[in-house]
Design a protein around this ligand. Structure first.
Ligand code: ADP
Ligand code: ADP
Length: 221
């Protein structure tokens, strides 16, 4: 599903370059639940953004579902992103002006899905996540845990192959964090969704099957 060959990422610095990721080669198979760990500044978010097609690598090759990512044009990359990837952020990234219902519907609008189909998909997710009663509320009216539940609902509504999550429970109490991890576990086991999360928490990582460790931009093996 995911294959990185010697991926590096650098930023220009003076007359030289500062490397943030170096020679990363790894594979993540369909249906895996993987955690990326490492100290602050070790390149975890950068790696996740490259994997999730939000950022380009500077060097190396990335194959996502057998597509060579660097060789795709922006239109193809956006299409792949919309159809195959769901993203969950630490600070939720919900749209404050939209209701819970509208936030969850957004990815389906981008996909150009017709209204009746959108309605039924959003209704299914609201029901499954037990948040039907919250559908007309705005994000500011929800607790952090509920907001992240909506964040996950929005990530999953378009039925992606992979969910990338960047410290999804970083702003949550441990009980709320466990709820989100249990949800990931269920999406992984029942729906076969591949999960790749960045986390500082050993407890969160224990919900997954494998840990990828980074140190100073290198794979720490
Ligand atoms: P982590 O998620 O492990 O904390 P990041 O991937 O966020 O690490 O960042 C890794 C390193 O890359 C940090 O030293 C950070 O300062 C640097 N970095 C991230 N984005 C940029 C950028 N746009 N320009 C320059 N340096 C950056
Ligand atoms: P999104 O809309 O999902 O944030 P885009 O595909 O619009 O991502 O990319 C934003 C910018 O980053 C574009 O200018 C694009 O050229 C560049 N970019 C993003 N991902 C890649 C990638 N994997 N390879 C090359 N360039 C990329």
């Amino acid at each position: 599903m995911i294959k990185l060959n010697n991926i590096s990422k650098y930023y220009p610095a003076g007359f030289g370059k500062t490397y943030v990721l170096r020679n990363i080669s790894l594979e993540i198979g369909e249906g895996e639940f993987v955690s990326i760990m490492g100290p602050s500044g070790s390149g975890k978010s950068t790696l996740l953004h490259i994997l999730g097609l939000l950022e380009a690598a500077s060097e190396g090759e990335y194959l996502f579902m057998d597509s060579p990512v660097q060789k795709l044009n922006e239109k193809k990359r956006t299409e792949l992103h919309r159809n195959a990837i769901g993203f969950v952020f630490q600070a939720y990234h919900l749209i404050d002006e939209l209701t819970v219902y509208e936030n969850i519907e957004t990815p389906l609008l981008y996909k150009g899905m017709k209204s009746s189909e959108r309605k039924s998909k959003v209704a299914d997710i609201l029901d499954r996540f037990n948040i039907v009663g919250k559908k007309d509320l705005f994000p500011s009216q929800l607790s952090g845990g509920q907001q992240q539940l909506v964040g996950v609902a929005r990530a999953i509504v378009s039925e992606p192959k992979v969910i990338f999550a960047d410290e999804p429970t970083g702003n949550l109490h441990s009980e709320q964090a466990d709820d989100i991890m249990k949800l990931f576990k269920e999406l992984n086991e029942k729906d076969g969704v591949t999960i790749v999360q960045v986390t500082h928490s050993e407890k969160n990582a224990a919900y997954g099957e494998r840990i990828i460790k980074l140190k100073d931009g290198w794979l720490d093996v």
